[in-house]
Design a protein around this ligand. Structure first.
Ligand SMILES: NC(=O)c1ccc[n+]([C@@H]2O[C@H](COP(=O)([O-])OP(=O)(O)OC[C@H]3O[C@@H](n4cnc5c(N)ncnc54)[C@H](OP(=O)(O)O)[C@@H]3O)[C@@H](O)[C@H]2O)c1
Length: 277
């Protein structure tokens, strides 16, 4: 296993049915994506796994060139169950190891414990079953608390991040602590694409509104994982990698902050995540 740098853009697969996830995985890897995000809760790991298998068999890319990330089933956050969940994901994905295994959300009410749950994933790192421990929907304080009681470093925190929910202080924390910020719902679940400023910046730079959002996220040093079903969207999003927005446009997008969250993880949403949508 070699250590691959985290690609600047990944493919999200939430709500894709297994056959759609297989299609998007194959098409994405064919055009150059090297980072796929799924979760046991998405019930499409088999589809992603079939897509990966096909791509590896046809030699389009190799296993050690792709970052495959998945997440512990939200109800399986107790240490023993998290280990079981990881092995289930391995089987469904038809892999020998997983690059990033996330805790989907910090469900303390369901038995999640920094020490025990992340500790159990740490053992899987030692055994080579997973390469990195990830967390998702964690606040900086939760990560600081976790690092006090575990002996491994958290590699990534996957959080909602788009022009309407910018969380600069969280981004700063991740940068300072060298934790990859993987930005989920980077298109604001397609709502942000309708924003007049996003449209104006897109027209001015002759790019799409999705590319504006993704180039903006990348400019912040975060790693967006847009979900896309159609070939057209997959291609459009991947091209964002080569787009650098002028500073004046970045500033215009910075001014769009509205503290709007589209995702409210059940059980765990901290009180400060005010429900606006
Ligand atoms: N950790 C967590 O708790 C968590 C929560 C939410 C999401 N995620 C991850 O983050 C990924 C992305 O987030 P998301 O799926 O919520 O939302 P998103 O990526 O912000 O938006 C997806 C929507 O945008 C559309 N779209 C994609 N590319 C487009 C383009 N180039 N032009 C126009 N429309 C485009 C998609 O349509 P089509 O499908 O028709 O292409 C879909 O309707 C998820 O799939 C999942 O992997 C994680």
């Amino acid at each position: 296993m070699t250590d691959v740098e985290l690609p600047k853009i990944g493919l999200g697969t939430w709500v894709l049915k297994p056959y759609e996830a297989r299609y998007s995985t194959i098409q994405a890897l064919k055009m150059g994506y090297r980072f796929i995000d799924t979760a046991q809760a998405y019930r499409n790991e088999e589809g992603v796994g079939d897509g990966l298998k096909e791509v590896f068999e046809t030699g389009i890319t190799k296993r050690d060139e792709v970052i495959v990330a998945t997440k512990v089933f939200p109800l399986s956050v107790r240490a023993k169950r998290a280990v079981k969940s990881t092995y289930k994901s391995l089987t469904k994905l038809q892999l020998d190891y997983i690059d990033i295994m996330y805790i989907h959300y910090p469900a303390f009410a369901l038995g999640y414990s920094h020490e025990k749950s992340l500790g159990a994933l740490g053992v899987l790192v030692d055994e080579g079953i997973i390469k990195h421990i990830g967390v998702s929907n964690f606040t900086p304080k939760m990560i600081t608390d976790a690092h006090e009681v575990i002996d491994k470093k958290i590699y990534a925190n996957q959080i909602e991040h788009h022009p309407y929910l910018q969380q600069p202080e969280v981004l700063e924390y991740h940068k300072k602590n060298k934790i990859h910020q993987v930005s989920y719902s980077p298109l604001g679940r397609a709502h942000v694409l309708k924003d007049p400023v996003i449209k104006e910046v897109a027209e001015k730079n002759k790019i799409s509104p999705a590319q504006v959002c993704l180039a903006w996220v990348i400019s912040k040093g975060a790693y967006p994982i847009p979900k896309a079903t159609s070939l057209e969207h997959l291609v459009d999003n991947f091209k964002a990698l080569n787009i650098q927005l002028p500073d004046e446009d970045i500033k215009k997008i910075d001014a769009l902050e509205r503290n709007i969250r589209y995702i409210h993880p059940p059980v765990v949403s901290p009180k400060e995540w005010k429900r606006k949508v």
